[in-house]
Design a protein around this ligand. Structure first.
Ligand code: ADP
Ligand code: TRP
Length: 367
């Protein structure tokens, strides 16, 4: 049995059908067959969520989402990162063995920096030639004490500095602490996290080498191969960034509105249609039973069946598919204490693991 662990940042995004099929259900399968854990990375979210109510709300929503999908009695350890008090301590110790040069290579920081620089260039502040020249290559210009008060005022106004904080820079080291703390073997993640796993291994090796001791296990990432891309309501990849998604917990009215607005070609009811290029059919095929899919395919190939009919069938199929998740959520909303008990129980187990690891760590470093 392998130790499987992943983390999700509570950024307030709703989980959609693409996430469910492409990431969450594949994770659930491996996690249930192994020693699996998933945590809500609320400490990581502090790098971008700067409002207590929002953070609480997002974290609660994530927890409710995962328990509704996994079931309250899941063997998968669902916990909150901030319920593990030794994580920030391990994070600091790992900071002290992590080469600065390693951190400078992090794509996640460069991406955040480029995004902010682009925002600045487009803003009022970016119209100032002096600033434009300075920001052309580095965001350090923002700290320039020679800036006029007027410029510094503008600077504060667009609030760019808090976005590019040291937490964003140190993010991969905190992630390494999350993973190394529990002797994790496998970390299921999206492809965008591959470099973070490489950095985690580099940090583990740096620690082991510095203290000439085999303390940290080297984890490997698991990136789900051949994930079928689920289309969104406009036919592009379903994604929160395109706002074309169907949320797992969309209410009946929203679901209906979204399904009815799925983009199709303009064939009439009596035209023969091509199911394999139709967005409605792509979703039907994914969520309906094989028999029902085949019967709908036959209807596409005959007159008298329009996209309106297909959409109503899809609505029924999705409603049925999502019902167990909606029912579980409604039950948990009625009984929030069930979740709190589980979170405490899983946190106790994960705390015991990191405590044991920290005994070894403290011994070799001399604390
Ligand atoms: P989004 O595109 O909505 O921002 P993310 O990039 O946060 O989604 O996706 C997280 C994970 O969900 C990805 O690693 C991927 O495995 C899965 N995923 C997201 N969208 C889809 C999709 N349309 N089809 C299949 N899997 C998806
Ligand atoms: N960085 C991950 C993301 O943005 C979230 C995360 C934090 C994580 N700590 C982790 C994922 C540890 C896996 C393991 O998606």
């Amino acid at each position: 049995m392998k130790k499987i662990l992943t983390g999700v940042k509570p950024t307030g995004d709703q989980m959609h059908l693409g996430n469910l099929l492409g990431a969450v259900l594949p994770f659930k399968r491996i996690a249930e067959q192994n020693d699996g854990a998933i945590f809500i990375a609320d400490l990581h979210a502090l790098t971008s969520v700067k409002n207590a109510t929002d953070l609480q709300k997002n974290t609660h929503e994530m927890i409710l989402t995962y328990f509704s999908i996994f079931g309250i009695d899941t063997p998968v350890h669902i916990f909150r990162q901030s319920d593990i008090p030794l994580i920030p301590k391990l994070n600091w110790i790992l900071n002290t063995v992590t080469p600065y040069s390693l951190m400078l290579r992090a794509h996640s920081f460069k991406d955040a920096e480029n995004k902010i620089l682009a925002e600045i260039q487009e803003s009022e502040l970016g119209k100032n030639d002096n600033i434009r020249a300075k920001t052309a290559d580095r965001s350090e210009a923002y700290w320039d004490s020679t800036m006029s008060e007027e410029t510094q005022g503008l600077n504060a106004k667009i609030e760019v500095i808090p976005q590019l904080n040291m937490g964003v820079f140190n993010y991969p080291i905190l992630m390494a602490a999350d993973i190394l703390a529990y002797d994790t073997d496998i970390v299921p993640v999206g492809a965008d996290q591959k470099q973070h796993l490489e950095m985690t291994r580099d940090i583990a090796k740096a620690f082991n080498k510095t203290y000439k001791a085999d303390i940290f296990k080297l984890p490997v990432e698991h990136i789900e191969p051949n994930v079928a891309i689920l289309p969104g309501i406009d036919g592009r990849k379903m994604s929160k960034s395109y706002n074309n998604f169907i949320g797992i917990f969309d209410d009946a009215k929203t679901l209906k509105k979204k399904v009815m607005s799925i983009v199709t070609d303009s064939k009439w009811v009596d035209d023969i249609k091509t199911p394999d290029t139709c967005n409605v059919f792509a979703l039907i095929k994914t969520f309906a039973t094989a028999d029902r899919t085949e019967s709908i395919r036959t209807k596409y190939l005959a007159p008298g069946y329009g996209y309106g009919h297909a959409k109503l069938e899809l609505l029924e199929i999705l409603t049925e598919y999502l019902k167990p998740y909606h029912d579980a959520r409604a039950m948990l909303e009625q009984n929030p204490e069930l979740i709190e008990v589980k979170l405490q129980e899983w946190a106790r187990i994960m705390n015991a693991r990191i405590e044991a690891k920290m005994v070894e760590v403290k011994k070799v470093v001399g604390l």
